[in-house]
Design a protein around this ligand. Structure first.
Ligand code: PLP
Ligand code: COI
Length: 356
């Protein structure tokens, strides 16, 4: 097994960090100095290398571009109050990445190797992890099929890359979502549970229709009856109803198994609150908002963090949720998880992995 000290590093000649305007940072538009690259061929992964950030050269027949064997992960590194740099739950991303690979007929990366590449890469880029409030280093590991081949079969070669973006908030304001009853994000037996590039491409057209109506995102429903809520385009969705935390069950293979959502659930259970992971119908949510029993609705995601949802579009109606400042649970859990990430609260769950 490779140990992270064996990862070869070719440093960039000149860091671009002083060119960053932290006040006007746009999510996903700035990139750090390096990237980690690891190639798969002849049935094995070659040694990963950290190299200066730059373009990749691709053959026009690169099979990922044609047949969609492409998947990714998203996680964040934080600057703790004592100056340490830590990564939030990379072990969970390692598991999900492996499951996505299996579903897409792509070669898995051993979980320990995945974690080591992340931590070594973050150590290399540690100067990019800001201590500004609300900032983090967003990490984007991804893998794609590289066979130059026209024909449908799993590729025999792949490239795995990690790059990073210094980021602030993904949503700069409380979120407005619309219940989607016509288009479908994921069908049972499909790839909704995997973090596959095509899931996002397929969602863009319906999401654009929602954005034209003033919503940030859609709230996807099941592909059969459209009666049950699944998740949003960039985050899982959670509700507080009569004091119980409710979220759509991920037992089906249509919902991404979100790490932020899982963290919220684990904290809620630790606090002794009642959590229900079950089918959540559109009807229940609409009625609950109308009769006041649904007091909180929020998204949970790595980029989105805990994103309060303030408006819910449903057919011709736009329902208003209670004001954000009244939301006891989501405000408290958001603060607590942030405090753990920053080392302000004790990491009793063992979620922070030290990179430097
Ligand atoms: N659902 C979708 C479709 C997402 O893209 C994301 C973001 O990664 C999530 C849910 C939330 O997952 P996580 O909390 O692991 O980032
Ligand atoms: C993430 O939260 O990591 C995602 O992949 C969502 C994307 C909108 C950035």
């Amino acid at each position: 097994m490779l140990v992270s000290n064996d990862i070869k590093i070719t440093p960039t000649e000149k860091s671009r960090i002083n060119e960053i305007n932290w006040d006007t940072l746009v999510f996903g538009k700035e990139f750090t100095d390096h990237m980690l690259v690891m190639n798969y061929a002849n049935g094995t992964w070659n040694a990963p290398e950290i190299v200066p950030f730059g373009n990749l050269a691709l053959h026009p027949a690169t099979s990922a571009l044609h047949y969609g064997q492409a998947l990714f992960e998203g996680l964040k590194a934080y600057r703790q109050v004592n100056g340490d740099v830590t990564v939030f739950r990379p072990d969970m991303n390692a598991v999900r990445f492996k499951e996505s690979c299996e579903r897409m007929c792509m070669p898995v990366i051993d979980e320990e190797l995945f974690i080591q590449t992340i931590l070594k890469f973050v150590e290399t880029e540690k100067n990019w992890v800001s201590d500004r409030e609300g900032y983090a280093l967003y990490l984007r590991p991804f893998m794609f099929a590289t066979d130059p081949y026209v024909g449908i079969r799993p590729s025999e070669t792949y490239t795995f890359v990690i790059f990073a973006c210094p980021v602030g908030q993904y949503y700069s304001e409380p979120v407005r979502v619309k219940i989607e009853e016509h288009y479908t994000r994921a069908a049972a037996g499909g790839v909704g549970r995997a973090k596959v590039a095509g899931n996002y491409g397929a969602a863009m057209y319906p999401a654009k229709l929602g954005q034209n109506e003033g919503f940030h995102q859609l709230l996807w429903t099941d592909g059969v009856s459209h009666e049950y809520i699944e998740e949003s385009g960039t985050m899982n969705v959670m509700f507080v109803k009569n004091g119980t935390i409710i979220t759509p069950t991920e037992e089906s293979d249509t919902i991404l198994r979100g790490i932020t959502k899982r963290s919220v659930i684990e904290v809620a259970q630790h606090w002794g609150l009642k959590v229900e992971e079950r089918k959540v119908s559109v009807k229940e949510v609409i009625e609950g908002i109308k009769d006041g029993s649904v007091t909180e609705m929020f998204g949970a995601g790595t980029a989105a963090t805990i994103a309060p949802i303030v408006k819910l579009g449903y057919r011709d109606e736009v329902l208003e949720l209670p004001p954000v400042e009244t939301r006891e649970f989501s405000n408290k859990v958001s603060q607590y998880i942030t405090d753990i990430k920053l080392g302000k609260a004790e990491d009793i769950f063992g979620w922070n992995f030290k990179a430097s």
